[in-house]
Design a protein around this ligand. Structure first.
Ligand code: ADP
Ligand code: MG
Length: 390
């Protein structure tokens, strides 16, 4: 009786933010954010702490008023509509369940507020609990559930009234890694079943990759790039995006003429990549670690490939293969990843040549060579977030 009872009829709404800005007395939290989220889409707002994700989500929810710009949900201007009239569900990092109520009463709460008749309420609560795989837990109290189960109750409470939009702000942030991964799959399944438009906030790039139809990468109050996981990974348009999503190796240099062509001068070598930056500017070429090959110094380099001299400064065993940290003569550190069945025989300390096919590089223009050492804020996403799940 329950599974088909409802939930399925919820339809996602289209969300459109145009030039949204939020100023506080002494700071700008969000600046010129424009974003279209399609009906039923799973959109993730991804970015480091303080980049404006929560502010953007709260503007969609109606908890925060934008200083300027417009928001429509399902084609309707939202400016003057309070949160409870926006047809949205919300899940926060901290479950915010009512401790004195049973699970069923918690899930029924938004239905009661909406004056749904009792019989229908019971039906919908049962269906919502089935959706999050907690059928039969209705009589328990929140404290009798694990953290992951409590968060599933919060999810059931958010979908039970079939909102056209579901907003989630780091809902898995308080859970340990294993649980987080299993709940990611649950959330993905619930999204498919419910059909609402999901907007999910996280600072964890792997979580974003697992969940999303598309990802909006935030930095410093603005959106850097919007795209599918593979678009962002294969075609980052900025160094920030390249380094925030997955691991990357970056070489920087000045663009110089090279015969009829131009190339990036890195030490005494010339690095080529698809595209044509202006000569005399600073640029960077980013390569994903799985595309770098490491060979003993002096071994012949395939024609048409880029080659840089380096030294192996670290070997990291990964189970599925290994990662090599490589230092260029100017101190730049690159990462190469090798599959277990295709390990080269270079070792820690070896002088090597790092090689990659020209087409594998992504050329990013207008990226000044930093004269300072990277600050912790510059570095955080690259190794830390990228490392944790592998
Ligand atoms: P995120 O969710 O990406 O971590 P937030 O949207 O919470 O980022 O915050 C973005 C910026 O706005 C931060 O610099 C934060 O300090 C600032 N900010 C957020 N809320 C307020 C507020 N109520 N008053 C002043 N500044 C705020
Ligand atoms: Mg936040």
């Amino acid at each position: 009786m329950s599974a088909e009872t409802s939930l399925i009829k919820a339809r996602g709404a289209r969300i459109e933010l145009a030039q949204v800005r939020k100023e506080y007395a002494d700071s700008v939290a969000v600046d010129d954010v424009s974003l279209v989220i399609e009906p039923g889409e799973f959109m993730t707002l991804l970015g480091p702490s303080g980049s404006g994700k929560t502010t953007t989500l709260n503007i969609i929810a109606g908890f925060t008023a934008a200083t300027s710009g417009t928001l429509t949900i399902g084609g309707v201007q939202m400016q003057d509509l309070p949160p409870h009239r926006r047809d949205i569900g919300m899940v926060f990092q901290h479950y915010a369940l009512f401790p004195h109520m049973t699970v069923a009463q918690n899930v029924a709460f938004p239905l009661k507020q909406r004056k749904v008749p009792k019989a229908r309420r019971t039906e919908l609560v049962e269906a919502a609990l089935e959706t999050v795989r907690l059928g039969g837990y209705g009589h328990r109290r929140p404290r009798e559930l694990s953290g992951g189960q409590q968060q599933r109750v919060a999810l059931a409470r958010a979908v039970v009234y079939e909102p056209s939009v579901l907003l989630m702000d780091e809902p898995l942030g308080a859970l340990d890694k294993k649980l987080r991964e299993s709940l990611q799959l649950e959330i993905k399944r619930v999204h498919r079943e419910v059909g609402s438009t999901f907007v999910f906030v996280t600072h964890d790039q792997e979580e974003a990759l697992v969940l999303s139809d598309r990802i909006a990468v935030f930095n410093d109050g603005g959106i850097q790039q919007v795209g599918t996981a593979s678009e962002l990974y294969e075609k980052p348009r900025s160094l920030f995006v390249a380094e925030f999503l997955g691991e990357s190796s970056t070489v920087r240099g000045r663009v110089e003429p090279d015969g009829d062509d131009s190339c990036l001068r890195v030490g005494d070598r010339c690095v080529r990549a698809p595209g044509r930056p202006a000569e005399g500017t600073d640029a960077a070429v980013v390569v994903r670690p799985e595309h770098l090959r490491v060979q003993p110094a002096g071994a012949p380099v395939a024609p048409g490939a880029n080659a840089l001299p380096a030294r192996v400064s670290q070997e990291i065993y990964l189970g599925s293969g290994r990662k090599l940290e490589l230092v260029l003569p100017d101190g730049t550190v690159l990462l190469a990843r090798e599959q277990a069945d295709r390990l080269s025989d270079v070792r820690h300390g070896d002088e090597v040549t790092v090689v990659w096919d020209v087409e594998r590089g992504v050329l990013l223009g207008d990226t000044p060579n930093p004269t300072h050492a990277p600050t912790p804020a510059d570095r955080t996403p690259v190794g830390v977030a990228g490392e944790s799940g592998r």
